[in-house]
Structure formats: C-alpha cells, structure tokens
Design a protein around this ligand. Structure first.
Ligand code: SAH
Ligand code: SF4
Ligand code: F3S
Length: 450
C-alpha cells in the first residue's frame, strides 16, 4: 500500500518544544502524502509526542497506548492497519522498553530523529519494530531548514522558532539533559532563513524557543558568535513584519546585559519574562545544582525591572525537593512575596529515574508536598489576580488567536501574555486589535475593542 491519502494524528504532551516538533513532523508527513487528522479514531498513523518531565506526564502515555492497542485490534478485524509511534522525551528515555511494555507499538523515535520520519516509516513497513534514539541534532536542524520555505504555508499569525535545544546544566531533579541531549545552538543563518519563511507566511508574533534559550550562542558563517539579545536586535531590525518577539525558557545564569538591553530598547520585545528559580532556599538551590543563590536572582529581577519597569515576571517552582524543610519552603514563599509574579507554574517534586535527586534518602512525604503546593499556589494565585486587576481601565494591543467558548467571542494575548476575551467578528481572527480592559479574573482579562 502507498502512503497516499493516509491520515495521521499527532498528540503532543509537555513543553512548547514538543509543540514545535509536532508541527514539523506534521509537515514531514504532509510531504509524504499524509493528511493530518484531528482525532485518532480514523487515523492510519498515530504519533504520541511524549513528555518525561514528571511521572504523571510519563504514565499518561501508557494509558493512551492501551487505548490505541484496542483500536488497532478492532481495526485489524476490518482489514485496517493502524501504525502506533511513540516520539519525544519518553521515547528517548525508555527506547525499546516501551515496546516491551506495550508490544502494539510499531515505532519509537527520540526528539532528534523526527526529520527522518519518512525513512523510519518505510523501515517500519518491512520490520516489526523500529527504534531510533540517536543524537545527531545538527542533522535535524539542517533537514528542517531545507524543508522550511516549502513546508511553512500557514502557521497562523503566531509561530514558534527553535533556536536552541538541549541542556548542559544537569539540575539534579531534571531529565532534560538526558532526553534532549547536550546544549546545541542552531547556526545563525538557519534561524534567519526560517524567520524569512515565517515572515512570508504572514506570521506577526514569533517566540524563540530553547530549553535554555538565553544560553543561545550560535555561530554565523563567518564564525562570529551571536547571543539571544543579538538575535532579538537583528530580528527587530531586519524583520519589521514581526510586531511581537518573545522567547522561552530562560535560566538565571544566562541572563546577560545584551538581553536586558533588548527589553529596554526594542518595543517589539514583549514585556514578559519567564525565569524559573525553582526554590528560594540557598540550601535547596545548591542541592538542585542550580549554581546561583537567591540573592543573585533577586538582584537580576531588580535589573530587569530597571531595564523594563512594565515587565510581567513568571517562574517555575518545585516544592518538596528531597531534604526541603519548613524553613526552606518559607524561603520560597519569601522569594515569591519579594518578586511578585504576574503568573507562574508550580509542581510537586517528582523523582525521575536516573537523576541524582531521585536516589536521595531524604524524600519529602507526599502529604507534605501537597500541603506546601496548595499554600504556594494560593499565594501565586493572589499575585496573578492582582496583576490582572492592575490592567483594568488600560488600553492595550491584543493579538486575536482563537475562538472563545461563547459565540461571537475571540481570545487573544496581551503584551504580558494574559488571555484576553473580547466580543469580535470571526474575520478579526489573526488581527491585532486595540482593547480597553474592563474586567479581570485569575486566569484571564476581558474588555472591549476600541
Ligand atoms: N529549562 C527550564 C525548565 C525545563 S522543565 C529551566 O531550567 O528552568 C520545566 C519545569 O518543570 C522546570 O522548570 C521545573 O520547575 C519542572 N520540573 C522539572 N523536573 C521536575 C521534577 N523532577 N519534578 C517536578 N518538577 C520538575
Ligand atoms: Fe532541566 Fe535544569 Fe536544564 Fe532547565 S536548566 S532543562 S531544569 S537541567
Ligand atoms: Fe517534557 Fe521533554 Fe519538554 S521532558 S518538558 S517534552 S523537553
């Protein structure tokens, strides 16, 4: 059978990098004659693009696979073949163990192999199981750049652009250095060529992506090194099509002056910074191998506010890291009170196989973790509502991105990444509109187009 007229369904878990990867896999499959489907039911190929960051995220995959196995068996009776593929970070971490646990899986491939998807599909027509978890990250980006101008037809008005992948920091709780490999910065020209393709596709908001995006240090063809701040200055200068520039996720150790300058000097760089600290306790920061102290972070936050007083700050927090005492937790609460966040993510520590912290004897009991998380989230929630309320009465640009639940309602993003609800005509989708904010809740604000 040929791959013409076949349908593929891709489901992504985890971070924005996985969303980006799923889009690129979709483009590769389109080129192979597959149509993308919105649901697994009528698909000939289902790819689960997985996340390994916490146990819950990982385990979700196996329950989904159990469901797909049933679909595969039911299809077989009707003469329909379903191919099941596991991609992403669980694939990288567990490799062929996935097939041992769920033999209905046909293909397993890691985040550095998806550009080989057509080839892997061909292999899987002849072999029972295909497993590819190698690490040639350069090949992937080279293949991607070659395909970009043809593949990028319509990514909507907002798009991700991966500039950096992987991580060398080895925080003791984290699987990313193992699943995404060593830190790799994409060459400058590749990024600019993808940016050009996005501009041609009428994208107006670009988010530069990387697991440690501000560690970006790519080379151009003359051997000159570019930092993330340099990239932002260059994009603002050469790509007036982009009205908004964003980037994520940053690490406190890699915030340099040039990036702060970009926030100060470039109107297109949105006033939003996601800068995780994880814990406010120096003891815990050290045990996490974050390689900075709480005061370094607080000083950095002051500098950012000096450069861009209007900035919305965001972060990630882990409660219940091994050895975390009540005092350590209080130090985290104290950091949150001092910084005041516009928005943040918080998690209970989840021991991950193969990471140093998972073997510590000082694991914190589950009920203590839950109690701390509730307390921390109450404080963050309060700050988030406060921040949202501070926008009532303000006029701002909103880029309309999706339909709301109510008829006649569109949802967009404010410069500070808040979800903004407005009454608008469907034709206004994708437009940047001026909105006066009238109400604010915990997770969104709303107003009238003026
Ligand atoms: N590169 C980013 C984070 C990537 S992972 C950084 O350095 O900040 C996204 C978030 O998941 C982390 O910031 C952390 O808060 C959370 N996380 C990672 N590993 C975790 C674990 N084992 N348990 C709970 N949360 C975890
Ligand atoms: Fe994980 Fe730390 Fe790297 Fe972030 S910096 S991806 S938390 S190891
Ligand atoms: Fe998850 Fe991998 Fe992203 S573990 S958070 S999908 S880098």
């Amino acid at each position: 059978m040929t791959d013409q007229n076949r349908k593929a369904f891709i489901k992504s878990y985890g971070c924005q990098m996985n969303v980006y990867d799923a889009e690129r896999m979709g483009e590769a499959l389109n080129a192979e004659g597959y149509d993308l489907s919105d649901s697994p039911e009528d698909a000939d190929l289902v790819i689960l693009n997985t996340c390994h960051i916490r146990e819950k995220a990982s385990e979700k995959v196996y329950s989904e696979l159990g469901r797909l196995k049933k679909q595969k068996e039911a299809g077989k009776e009707k003469g329909k073949e379903l191919k099941i593929a596991v991609a992403g970070c669980v694939a990288q971490a567990e490799g062929k163990e996935i097939i041992a646990r769920q033999p209905a899986v046909d293909m397993v491939f890691g985040p550095q192999s998806y550009h080989k998807l057509p080839e892997l599909l061909k292999q899987s027509n002849n072999t029972k199981h295909v497993v590819d978890t190698e690490f040639p990250v350069e090949d992937k980006f080279a293949a991607l750049t070659k395909r970009a101008p043809k593949a990028i037809k319509q990514r909507g008005k907002t798009a991700f652009l991966t500039v950096q992948e992987g991580c060398d920091k080895f925080c003791t709780f984290c699987v990313v250095p193992y699943t995404r490999g060593a830190e790799f910065s994409r060459p400058f020209e590749q990024i600019m060529s993808e940016a050009e393709a996005l501009a041609n596709a009428e994208v107006i908001e670009v988010t530069l992506l990387g697991q440690n995006v501000n560690a970006y240090h790519g080379l151009d063809k003359n051997g000159k090194e570019w930092g993330l701040g340099d990239l932002l200055f260059h994009l603002a200068e050469t790509r007036p099509e982009f009205k908004r520039l964003r980037y994520t996720t940053s690490h406190p150790r890699d915030m340099d002056q040039r990036l702060l300058d970009a926030h100060r000097d470039i109107p297109e760089v949105m006033p939003y910074l996601h800068l995780p600290i994880q814990s406010g306790s120096n003891t815990i920061l050290k045990a996490m191998n974050r390689q900075h102290e709480r005061d370094d972070y607080l000083r950095l936050m002051d500098k950012i506010r000096d450069a861009q007083p209007d900035i919305a700050l965001s972060g990630d927090f882990i409660v219940g890291f091994p050895g975390e005492t009540d005092q350590d937790f209080e130090d985290t609460m104290d950091i949150i009170r001092r910084v005041t966040y516009a928005q943040a993510y918080s998690f209970k520590y989840s021991p991950r196989p193969g990471t140093p912290a998972a073997d510590k004897a000082t694991q914190v009991p589950e009920d203590v973790k839950s109690q701390r998380l509730t307390e921390l989230q109450a404080l963050l929630n309060e700050q988030q509502i406060q921040f949202n309320r501070s926008k009532i009465g303000q006029e701002m640009d909103v880029l309309l991105e999706r339909f709301g639940k109510k008829e006649g309602q569109l949802v967009g993003r404010s410069p500070w990444l808040q979800a903004v609800y407005v009454d608008a005509a469907p034709e206004q989708m994708g437009q940047m509109v001026r909105v006066k904010i009238t109400t604010a809740g915990a997770n969104s604000i709303s107003g009238d187009i003026i």
